[in-house]
Design a protein around this ligand. Structure first.
Ligand code: UT7
Length: 375
């Protein structure tokens, strides 16, 4: 029996704090007129001190479960696409797995910069289609504000924080993920990178003094690369799905710069109205930008059951990719009961996590006492 991977839930979370272009003018040598005309960005969200990549990802994941009959303990796999992880390890996915009580899930992070969500969604869909798993949570979550140097006007104006999540479920019904193109070109890795903090350049007083733990970017080169690959990847994904561009009702692109999206629209000869665009509100939230744009497009009634969509992205690596999918989820209504359920899931998960930590402590104390008694 052929299995298909369907998107059956989705959710997003962004910090409350808004950083406007006017505020950025006070921080770095830039101005609102330049930022809006060159990027389309007007404001972005910035995580509070208490918010992290995992906390935003947890909120988005719980919202993705709302309006579905899936419990966190039913989830088989949690993948988090991020370039601003909670730690180098443990994986942010492990933190979220614990936060939501996905007690039967394997969890790992995937690093493909802004293309990460598409790659992660494809990995989850392939695992579901193979029959190896049935339910996966795919999360794109970022706190880019923690890895941006706010003295560098080249990058400070672009990035923002946020998270988005999809619930993927298997069934014999056709639809869901139809095709996916995944591409990389490591020869362009230096065009967009965080040079220090890894095994190549471990953290040292010099790396900190020289800001080598923050994003370094050759904006013009990334721009040229992006406009080229968005069109080609979209065409390939549509063709692989056996569709034509006319069959696609909405393209949900990575939100980096409105001029890149406009160039893609021109290249594909599609009107801009068939693109989901919200870069003006959130800036570039890297791996989170596609699911956030999707959630807002759904809330605005721009996506309906039966629609064919393309998700398309590009980013550091260099990486790029596009996915064609058909929406099969019928009407999704989120009620107060669902929100209460999310809070309950979170509270129970906290209690479970705490009891496991205490249990581990008690066990190790017991083993130590036992060993001491023997010697
Ligand atoms: O997810 C992937 C992440 N990265 C991207 O998507 C980035 C892709 N690249 C871009 O979006 C654009 O290249 C930028 C928005 C980063 C830059 O826009 P641009 O139109 O390529 O500007 P530019 O770098 O060619 O610079 C044009 C001018 C320069 O001045 P001069 O040399 O012409 O006098 C810059 O110094 O604009 C100046 N400039 C700024 N002025 C005010 C550069 N950044 C700023 C700024 N505010 N923030």
């Amino acid at each position: 029996m052929t299995r298909h991977a369907h998107i059956t839930g989705w959710g997003m979370a962004v910090p409350e704090r808004v950083l406007t272009n006017l505020e950025l003018e006070q921080i770095v040598d830039t101005n609102d007129e330049w930022i809006v005309s060159r990027t389309g960005i007007r404001e972005r969200r910035i995580a509070a001190n208490t918010e992290t990549t995992a906390s935003l990802g947890t909120q988005a994941a719980l919202r993705a479960l709302q309006g579905t009959d899936v419990n966190a303990s039913d989830i088989d796999l949690v993948i988090v696409a991020t370039s601003s992880p909670e730690h180098i390890f443990p994986a942010t996915a492990s933190v979220i797995q614990d936060n939501i009580g996905a007690t039967h899930a394997g969890a790992f992070d995937l690093l493909a910069a802004c293309t990460g969500f598409i790659f992660a969604l494809n990995m989850a869909a392939q695992a579901v289609r193979s029959g190896n798993i049935d339910k996966a949570l795919v999360i794109g979550s970022e706190t880019m504000s923690r890895i941006v140097n706010y003295e560098d006007r080249n990058t400070a104006i672009l990035f923002g924080d946020g998270a988005g999540a999809f619930l993927v479920e298997g069934s014999a019904e056709p639809g869901g993920v139809l095709s996916c193109v995944m591409r990389s070109d490591g020869s362009g890795g230096d065009l967009l990178s965080i040079p220090a903090g890894g095994s190549f350049m471990p953290t040292s007083p010099e790396t900190v003094a020289n800001n080598l733990h923050s994003i370094q970017m050759n904006g013009r080169e990334v721009f040229r690369f992006a406009t080229r690959v968005m069109v080609a990847a979209t065409r390939d994904a549509v063709e692989d799905a056996g569709l034509t561009l006319e069959d696609v009702s909405l393209i949900v692109p990575h939100q980096a710069n409105v001029r890149i999206i406009e160039a893609a629209a021109r290249g594909l000869k599609m009107p801009l109205e068939r693109f989901a665009i919200n870069v003006e509100k959130y800036g570039n939230t890297s791996a989170a930008s596609i699911p956030i744009a999707f959630c807002e497009a759904w809330d605005q009634g721009r996506i309906r059951t039966g629609d064919n969509l393309v998700l398309v992205g590009f980013g550091g690596g260099l990486t790029w990719g596009a996915m064609a999918l058909q929406m099969t989820m019928p009407e999704r209504v989120i009620t107060k009961v669902d929100r209460r359920r999310s809070r309950r899931i979170r509270t129970l998960a906290r209690m479970r996590s705490m009891s496991r930590r205490v249990g581990r402590r008690v066990e190790s104390l017991f083993l130590r006492t036992h060993a001491e008694a023997k010697t």
